[in-house]
Design a protein around this ligand. Structure first.
Ligand code: GLV
Length: 325
């Protein structure tokens, strides 16, 4: 029996890669950087399966370059805004993602950013390394309290709710805005509010929505202006949910106390971004799910989706089951 041919767009953790190698003929993009578009189009020609990352835009042209043999696209991420899912569905191609397994790691990290931004952890580290720590200072690097503050969660799916569970331990009041979420578990003691109320009342606003036409630019000049003076914004969702110019303005003018960003628009953040000049903006390179165990599980789930698709079986985690109809 001939083995399926797959293109894997980056080296993923060995657990998943070994599984794929045992089942398929693998063409692996070896570089640290993603394949440029022309290389992606070239390398997918004639493949049966594609395992891609959130850094790889996979649109109709990529699918057509692969040709009619392409039976599955497996994204090594829970988010799948890099894939034209409608185009995949139209071609009968199931698309897989990696939900659930990264919920807790991402929620842990959102909370780490929240605390770091409030209590100025990165600034403190820069201060010490710059040789500026001369004594204990009664007003040195002060920030707002986390415990007892109001947390506004925009998006109350798996990750938003996991952040709420952590916030409960800090005795925070929890508000959420999510028109699509089912009623919240009463044990979370989270209150559904509209977006304006959330922005006006929250001391911390944390984003947990997918990137869609509805959420692109959701935090813009107008909505940022509604935020409580001195509030803190945390983004572990997708960069384009926040308008970077409007955020830089709000931070520079001191209307917001700080922001903590795991994701930016674009990624990586351009070296001349005004956000990089602001001490009250903490920026890390899209690592919220980057725990050792979580990335291993993601590689396994992405491999299982890929292999199931190649074998003509339903993907364990499929974002477009309608592709099978
Ligand atoms: C990371 O951002 C993911 O979508 O898994």
């Amino acid at each position: 029996m001939t083995r399926s041919k797959v293109f894997v767009t980056r080296t993923i953790p060995a657990a998943g890669l070994d599984l794929i190698r045992a089942a398929c003929d693998v063409d692996l993009w070896p570089d640290e950087l993603p394949p440029p578009r022309a290389a992606l189009i070239e390398r997918v020609r004639g493949v049966d399966g594609l395992l891609c990352l959130l850094t790889d835009p996979v649109d109709a042209a990529v699918m057509d370059a692969a040709g009619p043999g392409l039976r599955v696209i497996s994204n090594h991420a829970v988010g799948f805004d890099n894939i034209d899912v409608a185009a995949a569905t139209a071609r009968g191609i199931p698309v897989g993602n990696t939900p659930g397994i990264l919920t807790d790691a991402t929620a842990d990290f959102a909370f780490a950013l929240l605390m770091a931004a409030a209590r100025r952890v990165a600034e403190g580290d820069r201060f010490v390394r710059a040789g500026r720590w001369r004594t204990w200072g009664p007003e040195l690097l002060l920030g707002p309290d986390v415990h007892g503050a109001t947390l506004g969660l925009i998006g109350f799916g798996r990750i938003g709710q996991a952040v709420a569970r952590r916030a409960a331990g800090f005795e925070m009041r929890i508000l959420y805005f999510d028109p699509t979420a089912p009623a919240a578990d009463p044990a979370l003691r989270a209150e559904a509010v509209n977006l304006e109320t959330l922005l006006r009342e929250a001391d911390f606003v944390s984003l947990h929505v997918p990137l869609t036409p509805q959420t692109r630019g959701l935090l813009n000049r107008e909505t940022l202006a509604l935020m409580k003076p001195g509030a803190i914004l945390i983004n572990t969702a997708r960069g384009p949910v926040v308008d970077p110019a409007a955020l830089a303005e709000a931070l520079r003018e001191g209307r917001l106390f700080a922001a903590a960003l795991d994701v930016t628009d674009p990624e990586p953040i351009p070296p001349d971004s005004p956000l990089l000049t602001l001490d009250n903006c903490l920026i890390v390179p899209h690592i919220a799910s980057a725990s050792i165990a979580t990335r291993r599980k993601m590689s396994l789930m992405a491999a299982q989706n890929l292999i199931a698709g190649l074998q003509g079986e339903p993907l364990p985690h499929c974002v477009n089951p309608e592709a099978y109809r």
